[in-house]
Design a protein around this ligand. Sequence first.
Ligand SMILES: C[S@@+](CC[C@H](N)C(=O)[O-])C[C@H]1O[C@@H](n2cnc3c(N)ncnc32)[C@H](O)[C@@H]1O
Length: 391
Amino acid sequence: MSTHKAPVYLSLFSGCGGLDLGFEQAGFKGILSVDIDAAALAVLKRNLKLNVQELDLSCGDPTLTEPIDILLAGSPCQGFSTAGLRKVDDPRNSLLLVAPRIAKKLQPKVIVAENVLGAISGSHATFWDTLHQQLRALGYRTGDLRVDSSDFGVAQKRQRIFLIAWRTNATQELVLESKTKKVLSDALANLDGVANHEPILLSPDSNDFKIASRIGQGQKLTNSRGGDLSIHTWHIPGVFGRTNKLEREVLDTTLKLRRQLRRRDFGDADPVSVALLKRQFGGEVLQRLLAKGYLRKVGPYVDLTHTFNGKYRRQRLDSPTRTVDTRFGDHRLFLHPTENRAFTVREAARVQGFGDDFIFSGTAVQQFRMIGNAVPPPVAHAVAGLVRRLL
Ligand SMILES: C[S@@+](CC[C@H](N)C(=O)[O-])C[C@H]1O[C@@H](n2cnc3c(N)ncnc32)[C@H](O)[C@@H]1O
């Protein structure tokens, strides 16, 4: 038994402490938080007043002698995420198995691992399955819990998978208590004078501003998809060059055909036959679009020069946002709902469910990285509630 009254946890891959914060708020006590990232640990230490250790967990174990009740391990997701290259042999994937290694030594009663849904799909699932097997071999019962943050009072769609392992007599189902839904306007209310909130409007002379001005809430810049939510480069002549009606018709048709007439089994679209387009529209218009840079030649085919598969996505005030990732502060990917600018650090933190008293430091890149990596504290709080029941 631990000597502390509150159940004690060791946190691995703690980042700036999203998961830790939820557990602290639920009455658990962090004994040590470990990560390789010094900037994230500095933020965790400042806000949560917990002991931290900077350590590469691929080759070392935390220095801890006290017993623990709970082990938290939200290992990196980059190798599993569909937003990345998803390489099975990404060395970060095997960091999932640090948890059983440490659990074998420290014998916690409950273990919580967290990752993106990509960790349980395709050949990548081997790591997750091995995690279950190794923990079962150590005498734990294990189960998965699929969570969408928007069910826990977080104004964001963020799907994640949790593995819960326990070695108590508890037999209850792995379910979390949900909370009232929130939308982006809830998260962005009353921001004046709040720390880490320094909005910078895009310069009206910039191409980024001209693009952003054309994109409404829920819309994005893309030449890969059609429909009302897609703005194409030929809709923004001030940046990409003027076109006439026939030229736009050719571009719209090319956009459709490059998805409809697939030949390859990779990517999501293929270049379109010049002969086919020539038959429908004549050769002259194709030559003009090549000269204007809207089309490019690929052997006997043409393709759209810019495909922009979902850039400058303007988030909607009346919905949860898309998943906050480490690039949430980049206006070329995520646009503020009503202003022509990127989200600030505080706005990203609000959308993740951090309170305004949680202060971020480091470079902008570091701050957005630690926020995008975090488990939303309200989700962590709900998981902590389940862990308490299991204990
Ligand atoms: C998904 S984030 C964890 C987020 C954290 N649980 C939270 O809620 O804020 C993964 C973390 O693993 C850390 N990390 C990556 N490789 C590591 C390694 N080899 N050793 C220790 N930490 C590592 C990263 O710095 C990052 O903070």
